[in-house]
Design a protein around this ligand. Structure first.
Ligand code: GCO
Length: 461
């Protein structure tokens, strides 16, 4: 299907579904994945700085030391966003850039960097959406137990207060955490992320303390930012059994609790899902669920593809992570393409939590190279975005209160364990020259947004 045909189809979809004109169209990034400047202007080390240096933890020995050098190129990147015509930009603050030791003395140079980013984004007519935590925990706090230390809820609230006081005059949209289900399961259950543990007791402790930190941060943000619009961003994707055996079905149900429900249900419904309620019991103190379940204004969802589990009695968690089956359509990085799952997820989230929904991450990874003319005609990514945006409209037509869509990501960036070879950007980033080259998908997304907001064509991205 050509990009033009996809565009025509989507235009018809959009008119059919009457997507509201004030629908939010954005792009997303995160601090460790794009900023670089890891030891510049007073930034303290995060857990990812050390973790990525351990051989074998990240493909090709890549680290976030330089990343996309966004710390120095933020103005150029804001211009790219302006060229896309987006009206929102989701980014994260690096906790150790503004509090090098995680608490105590603030780093003025770090705060001033985010002033520049926020002021530039606002000047471009783009609304900043600020995430407090996208996985770059200050190493100094990890050294004091990190998410295993119940005091971290207070440390996180103090960090949220610093951010609220500094930026709350210009920023109203705040997320407390990005994908708590991912960084806790991968960091404490599967040893794929820092701190690299496979320890169910530690995982359950971390889950509960992250939830406590969420609630404390919501209170801190509310106390310091008038009209703050607060949410959290969850990775929500169907957890499916590899085989339809009772054992694999049970494994998928368990993965669903850790991946999709451990945080959203505690934070919004005030209780844990069944298996986790039993697992976290030793760490729950009187009043904790009230501390966690604080009123929020929206539900942030990151969605790419279903996830898969299989039974493994020998595994510490009682299940094993599995790859998508062979006989399904996949992206270049092996993630299943299943837009119906996205539609169903949005409809389910709307019914389960009754909050406005913003899709804060959706996109397709690729192992891409520039063509002979120095361009990147990424039709596969355009096709993925088109069918997923179409599925989102189907969910809206079914009554889901979806109010925004952000592509992951603006730039090719540090894809955690996969390093820089797994590219998700609308804009290609040359790893040597740091040159930014808008891909065909950037032009496609700009045209889509233009059609939606009915404004004059943006400058070429
Ligand atoms: C995540 C993170 C992003 C990823 C993106 C692609 O979901 O892992 O929010 O940091 O880069 O999702 O994997």
């Amino acid at each position: 299907m050509s990009a033009a045909t996809i565009q025509e189809r989507l235009q018809g979809e959009l008119e059919r579904h009457l997507v509201p004109r004030d629908f939010v169209w954005g792009v997303s990034t995160s601090s460790y994945q794009i900023e670089g400047a890891a030891a510049v202007d007073g930034r303290g080390p995060s857990v990812w700085d050390g973790y990525s240096r351990v051989p074998g933890h990240v493909a090709n020995g890549h680290t976030g030391d330089v990343a996309c050098d966004h710390y120095h190129r933020y103005a150029e990147d804001t211009a790219l966003m302006r060229g896309l015509g987006v009206n929102a930009y989701r980014f994260s603050v690096a906790w150790p850039r503004v509090l090098p030791a995680g608490r105590g003395a603030a780093n003025e140079a770090g705060l001033a960097f985010y002033d520049r980013v926020i002021d530039g984004v606002l000047a471009a007519g783009i609304e900043p959406w600020l995430c407090l935590y996208h996985w770059d925990l200050p190493q100094a706090l990890q050294d004091q137990g990190g998410w295993l230390n119940r005091d971290i809820a207070g440390w996180f609230a103090d960090y949220a207060t610093l951010v609220a006081r500094r930026f709350g005059d210009r920023v109203k949209r705040f997320a407390t955490f990005n994908e708590p289900g991912v960084f806790t399961l991968f960091g404490y259950g599967l040893a794929w992320h820092p701190p690299g543990l496979t320890d169910p007791a530690a995982l359950h402790q971390a889950i509960h303390h992250v939830n406590l930190a969420h609630g404390a941060a919501v209170d801190a943000l509310r106390a310091h930012v008038a009209s703050a619009s607060i949410g959290a961003t969850h990775s929500v994707q169907p957890a499916r059994p590899v085989d339809h055996t009772a054992a694999d079905e049970a494994a998928a149900t368990l993965l669903d609790e850790y991946w999709n429900k451990a945080f959203a249900e505690a934070q919004i419904l005030g209780h844990y899902p069944p298996a986790l309620a039993r697992a976290v019991e030793p760490y729950v103190q009187a009043g904790d669920m009230e501390r966690i379940c604080r009123p929020t204004d929206w539900f942030g969802v990151n969605h790419y593809s279903p996830v898969f589990a299989r039974a493994d009695a020998a595994a510490p968690l009682g299940f094993a992570w599995a790859d998508a089956p062979d006989n399904v359509p996949k992206t270049q990085v092996g993630w299943q393409v299943d837009p119906a799952a996205f539609r169903d997820t949005l409809v389910d989230l709307d019914r389960r939590y009754r909050l406005p929904i913003y899709v804060l991450e959706n996109g397709a990874g690729g192992h891409e190279k520039l063509d002979a003319s120095g361009n990147l005609i990424d039709l596969e990514r355009i096709g993925y975005l088109a069918v997923y945006i179409g599925a989102m409209y189907d969910a809206i037509a079914a009554g889901a209160d979806v109010r925004g869509y952000f592509v992951w990501s603006l730039l090719d960036n540090f894809e955690w364990g996969a390093g820089y070879d797994c590219r998700f950007g609308l804009v290609y980033v040359d790893p040597v020259t740091q040159r930014r080259i808008p891909k065909a998908s950037a032009h496609w997304y700009a045209n889509l947004i233009r059609g939606m907001v009915g404004e004059a064509p943006p400058q070429e991205p």
